[in-house]
Design a protein around this ligand. Structure first.
Ligand SMILES: *Cc1c(COP(=O)(O)O)cnc(C)c1O
Length: 433
């Protein structure tokens, strides 16, 4: 059953000559889980294919964007059609307003949107905008949440920062993070204390409404309501970072699912349909502060790129048209998968804690409950690594980190779920061995 790795290993060695760690984003290097990272040559639906000819059921989905599965025909067609007309002009193209219109239709509080090229740019810009609007300096983020790699946000961050066990990042002067308050997630008292201590100085609270970047950690009952109430009372902006959750948990993201209206929303991942896109949006009153209308400067050579707009539009139009079937089906299949694997763990007497919201989920190798970074960080990452490698050998590609959410796509089938649960039964035997 052992998968072939010779070609991927050679490609890795070659890549390491030219790229730090052989990668362009840290978690891809498999440092936390060991073993050989597959070099992907092709994807189709719920599957990816590597250079050695191995096939995997993919639960990474490019870390979230691929909700329609790989090489979705409508998306590939749209990108190809756009590309034939030229790939970038640095001038306005009709597709930008098309994508903006559908994005705005999904988020009732968003009246205007600005497209950028990544989630990092979206959150960085939204925070600049919140500071410009409130004329305050401090920002609140939560431990284990990841909002991209901007200086001020790399404080107690999730994702690769958590995976590699580093507290922040070298190269960020202390002065650049002096206005960043990192508080525990799901802890309303900590937030109240921060607002008491820094009265009228906190520009915004940025949160992943369902955290994906310390593994999947849902908000406790009433927590998002409390964030909304406190920020409103303190005239501070609430930013929902829906880069991962937007169009994933519901067409209108976590804010639709939980019925909470933030002041600003940041987006990425799915809105680019697999091409590089990010966005931030909110009410006209706030968005009109953005240049050229206002004094908050933010720009981008490739922002609103026609290929990216085409991929995003094809993806969102498909989701909108089929949302009545897609989201309930994602919910049902994901539940089947997560409970199936949890049952297999129980059978093998391995204490895991399963967190899931819709098609976002994590099996934490800890008894749980996992409600914040404090509890997530207690997970047995060695046991997770053994589980991960065994699943990979069995043809199941999970996020190569305990602290990243896995995703199901609309292209996954019952058969994929069944195979994955079977693979997990075997894998848990090896975790114990
Ligand atoms: C992925 C992610 C980002 C960063 O997006 P990039 O496109 O990788 O820069 C920001 N916030 C959240 C919640 C994310 O999941």
């Amino acid at each position: 059953m052992a998968r072939k790795v010779e070609i991927s290993r050679r490609l890795q060695q070659r890549a390491e000559r030219f790229l730090p760690g052989g990668v362009n984003s840290p978690v891809r290097a498999f440092r936390a889980v060991g073993g050989d990272a597959p070099f992907v040559v092709r994807g189709e639906g719920s599957h990816i294919f590597d250079a050695d000819g191995n096939v995997y059921i993919d639960y990474v989905g490019s870390w979230g964007p691929m909700i329609l599965g790989h090489a979705a025909p409508g998306v590939v067609e749209a990108v190809t059609r756009a590309g034939r007309k030229g790939t970038s002009f640095g001038a306005s193209t009709p597709g930008e307003a098309d994508l903006a219109e559908i994005v705005i239709s999904a988020f009732p509080h968003v009246e205007k949107v600005r497209f950028v090229n990544s989630g990092t740019e979206a959150t960085m810009s939204a925070i600049r905008l919140a500071r410009a609007y409130t004329r305050r300096n401090y920002i609140v983020k939560f431990e284990g949440c990841y909002h991209g790699h901007a200086d001020a946000l790399l404080v107690k961050a999730g994702s690769g920062v958590a995976t590699l066990g580093i507290p922040g990042s070298a190269g960020v002067p202390e002065e650049f993070t002096q206005f960043t308050l990192a508080l525990p997630f799901n802890d309303t008292d900590a937030l109240e204390q921060a607002f008491t201590k820094f009265r009228r100085q906190i520009a915004c609270v940025i949160v992943e409404p369902v955290v994906g970047n310390m593994g999947c950690v849902p908000p406790g009952s009433g927590y998002l309501e409390a964030l909304r109430a406190i920020t409103r009372r303190e005239q501070s902006l609430l930013i929902f970072d829906e880069v991962m959750t937007g169009f994933r948990l519901a067409f209108g993201g976590a804010q639709e699912l939980y019925g909470i209206t933030p002041d600003l929303t940041t987006m990425g991942k799915i809105i680019g349909g697999g091409l590089p896109v990010g966005a931030y949006g909110g009410p006209t009153e706030i968005m009109n502060l953005v240049a050229p209308l206002g004094p908050m400067y933010q720009a981008g050579t490739l922002s609103g790129n026609p290929l990216a707009m085409a991929a995003g539009l094809a993806t969102l139009e498909y989701l909108r048209e089929h949302k009545q079937e897609i989201y309930p089906r994602l919910e049902r299949l994901s539940r089947e998968l997560v409970t199936g694997v949890a049952a297999a763990a129980k059978q093998a007497a391995i204490p895991i804690s399963s967190n899931r919201v819709g098609s976002m989920f994590t099996w934490f190798f800890a008894p749980g409950p996992i409600t914040d970074w404090g509890s997530a960080s207690k997970a047995d990452t060695e046991a997770f690594a053994r589980f991960f490698r065994s699943m990979l050998d069995a043809g199941v590609y999970l996020p190569p980190s305990q602290f990243e959410a896995a995703f199901l796509s609309a292209a996954h089938l019952e058969e994929d779920v069944r195979q994955t649960v079977e693979a997990a039964k075997q894998a848990f035997q090896l975790v114990n061995a």
